[in-house]
Design a protein around this ligand. Structure first.
Ligand code: AMP
Length: 114
């Protein structure tokens, strides 16, 4: 499996602005934020693409969803709302081949599906 920039962040080989970490996930600020709050959440158990999640145990996918929701809560976004995005593959605009959820918030977001 290709070593990505997110593998290196997870191994602390390159710096990141961490906002949350536990045994299951790491959340850190996007280096090129598209909104006032732009945080990426990755599972410590590596998957490359969202499309792989059809084959994983429900617990693995469910825990990841719960953690994404908890990170958004800890960022204070519950009341104002936010967007969660998984880009998947070339047509989805995925640049880093390590599954990650984008949490975007802090302003009223424009909806543009591409
Ligand atoms: P995607 O296009 O869904 O693969 O998103 C990849 C995201 O990773 C982009 O929003 C980038 O700005 C972000 N990114 C790339 N390198 C870093 C880094 N070193 N630290 C934080 N975010 C990064």
């Amino acid at each position: 499996m290709e070593d990505t920039i997110f593998d290196k962040i997870l191994r602390n080989e390159i710096p990141s602005e961490k906002v949350y970490e536990d045994d299951d996930v790491l959340a850190f600020k996007d280096i090129n934020p598209k909104a006032p709050v732009h945080v990426l959440v990755i599972p410590k158990r590596k998957r490359q693409r969202f499309s792989e999640y059809r084959n994983v145990e429900s617990d693995e996918a469910g825990i990841f969803m719960k953690k994404i929701s908890s990170v958004a809560h800890s960022l204070g976004l519950d009341e104002s709302g936010y967007r969660v995005i998984f880009n998947c593959g070339p047509h989805g605009g995925q640049e880093v081949e390590y599954i990650h959820a984008h949490i975007l918030g802090g302003k009223k977001l424009i909806w543009s599906a591409g």
